[in-house]
Design a protein around this ligand. Sequence first.
Ligand code: CP3
Length: 355
Amino acid sequence: MTALKNDRFLRALLKQPVDVTPVWMMRQAGRYLPEYRASRANAGDFMSLCMNPEFACEVTLQPLDRYPQLDAAILFSDILTIPDAMGQGLYFETGEGPRFKKVVSTLADIEALPIPDPHKDLGYVMDAVSTIRRELNGRVPLIGFSGSPWTLATYMVEGGSSKDFRKTKAMLYDNPQAMHLLLDKLAQSVTSYLNAQIMAGAQAVQIFDTWGGNLSAAAYQEFSLAYMRKIVSGLIREHEGRKVPVIMFTKGGGLWLESIADAGADALGLDWTCDLGEARQRVGNRVALQGNMDPTVLYAKPEAIRTEVGRILASYGKGSGHVFNLGHGITPEVNPEHAGAFLRAVHELSAQYHE
Ligand code: CP3
């Protein structure tokens, strides 16, 4: 394997010294980029991009070619590949987000769900990982990812996106045993899926718990965090002679940072509702932090973006252990020039915080 030319992302996740604060953006390959929209039109649709390793590689590299400041690449795929591999039939309705042909409603439905074999059932993802790793040729590290069991369960039970998670919450409170069985099957699936990504070449992994923050404090512990903890304890943590850091991102998890920090991950992703400096004090030395600029700041002018980047860097303060990111994914309406201004500001303004 080629040596990494830029490893500041991996170093910051392990709190090792860096020259400047590393940066990447959630959803950095996506519809705000005209080159992405062209590739998608070429492939036909979004799932065809994901399922063809050459297309997945092409769109993964697009933001890196446009923005030399990016310190990591993220596998182009989706969290809903797992429910699809469990037989739910994922499809995307234009402008309406993800949908499933089959919905999970009863204990019998859950008992019937298979645990996917990552090589047989999700081989296209592993092929994408190894293709991207080869094409990156050591430029920056490659991040693999999965959804958290709770977040995946919401899509599987609702049959798609939801505002209130009516069916999923009803199942949780009416039939907690059924929900636990579903989450347990998902935790097993996610563990082997992420381990297969690591073996195929992912150099760090992120668990997206996009909807964990929608739970009560007690339900979060029991129905989301417990399963992420189980996943992390089953992950390969060293590969190719290097640590493979794990990032846990619960959107809306700011109230529970202390317990998330104890769940075994190397780093926590933060949304923009918490102050980064306060979060650093609360988690102490246990984990690194990733985040947390409000993605809508990118609608403002480059000068305002730069001011906000400076404020967040000052809030974290001196030393390693911070990976700059947005607090959630970049949105399709963002001007690509503004994303560039954001990334440049992170490197330019952060040198003063490192020795
Ligand atoms: O970050 C990256 O660049 C890697 C690619 C990536 C995608 N989805 C591509 C995508 C990642 C990491 C995801 C994760 C994902 N997918 C999450 C968790 C992260 C988050 O944003 O909270 C969730 C909840 C999903 C499920 C999903 N996929 C939804 C709700 C949608 C539709 C919403 C939307 O933005 O249109 C998708 C589709 C999707 N996944 C797109 C992309 C680039 C847009 C599809 C298109 O091109 O039309």
